[in-house]
Design a protein around this ligand. Structure first.
Ligand code: KIV
Ligand code: ZN
Length: 395
């Protein structure tokens, strides 16, 4: 069987985006989605140019199997991937679900760190043999096989190199390096990928993926550091949904690569204007609201209240914004009217509401507005219109 890659070999500048919202994201306690919701999110991911959708863990339940199978049948552009542990039964079940896809992938994994090796009670040689046998089995079923040494970032380097080499020789086309417990830091994340590329025979023929968890808040930085060191697949979820503190957020890595392309010259296939829509939908169906100050998709990510910021924004949006709201699918920046807002913002806001005022009248409204803003966190459009009426009646 010939090897297939969603992109040409690793040296190129294209970074594959692998979304695992429906697998690792859904593993988040309480984030379970219905069958229909999964199909809807998968269609949105496919439509927005995500290269690979990890649609579920087919052996986990009948529901997961059915969702992965249906997503596979409906997929248009994306590779559809299913997860399986390192045994033939899991892998066969996974293949039964993903085989309907135009571009199927089997993802199989085993924990390689000392702590994880203790769970199935395998010694290093027994585990090496298990990796060889399971990857070979997966590869006999599917041309596109991804292998992950779970807890890679806490695995001894010599053993990690040994197992990665075995998986490549057995036919894995992508090797994913998970930071399962969010333990690594950017410099170390980069050094690990560099070490694997240098030491493992055949490493330059496969794609290295980075799969980071956010326990220390470093998932995005760790993923980007891995890319700079040679990884060409980022595993991530919408809104960073995932177990504990979550996974790398898709919107963060994609926008970081777009906005800072000057220093990170890599591209993705994601249509970023679809980000806000899918973020809201994932928040709604998972029941996990997005924090207000979340990068890229938070309610406040493109909102300004302080007078200095609002004034700067009105003169030149680049003064306080490094990306345009339209680039992530938001109609416009919002100038929130509160006690920190200044006269220029008030004039602009009233203009948007169809109210033109002479300077002396505006000064009166401004005084009333400040009094109200001291009592209320946010002054809404209706409040402003009421202030205008009161001022007009008084003059
Ligand atoms: O975090 C992890 O190690 C995983 C693997 C199953 C890839 O999600
Ligand atoms: Zn994970």
């Amino acid at each position: 069987m010939t090897k297939t890659h969603p992109i040409p070999p690793a040296k190129q500048d294209r970074v594959v985006i692998f979304d695992t919202t429906l697998r690792d994201g859904e593993q988040s306690p309480g984030a379970t989605m219905s069958h229909e919701e999964k199909l809807e999110i998968a269609a949105m991911l496919d439509e927005m140019g995500v290269d690979i959708i990890e649609a579920g863990f087919p052996i986990a339940s009948e529901g997961d199997f059915n969702a992965v199978a249906e997503i596979s049948k409906r997929s248009k552009n994306s590779v559809i991937c299913g997860l399986s542990r390192a045994n033939f039964k899991d892998i066969d079940r996974c293949w039964e679900a993903v085989k309907h896809a135009a571009k199927p992938r089997i993802h199989t994994f085993i924990g390689t760190s000392p702590l994880h090796r203790a769970i199935p009670n395998l010694d290093m040689d027994q585990m090496a043999e298990r990796i060889h046998d399971t990857v070979t089995h997966a590869r006999n079923l599917c041309a596109d096989v991804q292998w992950s040494p779970m807890d890679a970032t806490r695995t001894e380097h010599d053993y990690l190199c040994r197992t990665v080499e075995i998986a490549i020789k057995a036919g894995a086309t992508t090797i994913n390096i998970p930071d399962t417990v969010g333990y690594t830091a950017p410099r170390e994340s980069a050094a690990l990928i560099r070490m694997l590329l240098e030491r493992v025979p055949g490493a330059d023929e496969i794609i290295f993926a980075t799969h980071c968890h956010n326990d220390l808040g470093m998932a995005t930085a760790n993923s980007l550091a891995a890319v700079e060191a040679g990884a060409r697949q980022i595993e991530c979820t919408i809104n960073g949904l995932g177990e504990r503190a979550g996974n790398t957020a898709l919107e963060e890595v994609v926008m970081a690569l777009k906005v800072r392309n000057d220093i990170m010259p890599y591209t993705t296939g994601v249509d970023t204007t679809k980000i806000m829509n899918i973020s809201r939908r994932v928040a709604a169906v998972s029941g996990f609201p997005v924090q207000f100050n979340k990068a890229i998709v938070g309610k406040n990510a493109f909102a300004h209240e302080s007078g200095i910021h609002q004034d700067g924004m009105l003169k030149n949006a680049e003064t306080f914004e490094i990306m345009r709201p339209e680039d992530v699918g938001l109609a416009a920046t919002s100038l929130v009217m509160g006690k920190h807002s200044g006269r220029a913002a008030l004039r602009s806001k009233l203009r948007d509401l169809g109210v033109e005022m002479a300077d002396n009248q505006l000064a009166d409204v401004f005084v009333r507005f400040k009094e109200l803003a001291d009592r209320k966190k946010e002054v809404y459009d209706d409040d402003l219109l009421a202030l205008v009426r009161v001022t007009e009646d008084a003059t």
